[in-house]
Write a protein that binds this ligand. Sequence first.
Ligand SMILES: NC(=O)c1ccc[n+]([C@@H]2O[C@H](COP(=O)([O-])OP(=O)(O)OC[C@H]3O[C@@H](n4cnc5c(N)ncnc54)[C@H](OP(=O)(O)O)[C@@H]3O)[C@@H](O)[C@H]2O)c1
Length: 316
Amino acid sequence: MKAIGYNSYGGIDKLQILEVESPKPKRHEVAVKVSAISINPVDLKKMRGGFKPITSIKKFPIITACDFSGEIVEIGNDVGAFKVGDKVFGMQDILFNGSAAEKITISQKYISLAPNNFGLSDSAAIPQVGNTSLLALRNIASLRKGHKLLINGASGGVGTFALQMAKIYEADITAVTSDRNIEWIKNEFDIENIIDYTKTDITDTSDKYDIIFDANGNLSFPKISNSLSTNGIYVTTKFNIYNNIDTAKQFFKRKKSRTVLSGRTSTSNLDMFRMWMEDGKLKPVIEKTYSFDQYHEAYEHLSSGRAKGKLLIKIN
Ligand SMILES: NC(=O)c1ccc[n+]([C@@H]2O[C@H](COP(=O)([O-])OP(=O)(O)OC[C@H]3O[C@@H](n4cnc5c(N)ncnc54)[C@H](OP(=O)(O)O)[C@@H]3O)[C@@H](O)[C@H]2O)c1
């Protein structure tokens, strides 16, 4: 069967169509005929060998991507929650498995039934960015109604999910994006407070936020600390030594800094996303769906850092 992946670490020029063996599910796994995948910046990091110290036991070829949606075609003996024919969406663990293949196997713990009010392919846009936002905003920052929340990188994959989630939680949202996306964010997500980072340095404003979610990851705790309210928290998607040294120093301080790590999802998190989608509160935000053969173009666009929402690749 066909997959998209690489035989050595490097840039996206290493990506190729691979011919690999069709996998068989283990006892607790299902086999999924993949409908679509979505791609994430973490795929590029893994491709460059960014997780090599941990993943070196994994042999080439490596199949890229983690997000997917598709239909179950086979189940292992211990699988009780799903059956053949179920339409599902989910996320492979980012370190050791990939999703960009005609058929994949995955533990039943990392999938859920796909929402019934969107095309099956579209739900591939959700798992990784949803999981990241949920861990950052709900688990780490304890987001509540009325919290003053700043989302930096609001137009990207993580940002567009975080915006919608923050609306569900009824937060007081300020979005940070560039001039090209201001009108779009205003109209698409009904957000009033928007800062154009190309014109305004957000660290210069006198506004204070209970939560700053740095979805883009280009800020840092020392830089943004003055914009936090007394008990405010800064949550970033990027590991940054300054943030984490500060985390140690912050033990007795009120302002906090944390890094979110979304390596795996869970059925219960995915169930929540499905419920929000079926209730009409959340939608997949997809800039473009590429065909299987256009994988290179899709990753080129992702690596520009300018994607608007998510990029999908159709598999089957
Ligand atoms: N730690 C984790 O577990 C985890 C999980 C998921 C993602 N991440 C990381 O989170 C980051 C964002 O992921 P993503 O999927 O949202 O990426 P993405 O979709 O590629 O983000 C693209 C968006 O970033 C915006 N952007 C670029 N430069 C910016 C800046 N200086 N200030 C504000 N916005 C800016 C762009 O808007 P403009 O075109 O308007 O500039 C574009 O819409 C990546 O670094 C990714 O590796 C980490």
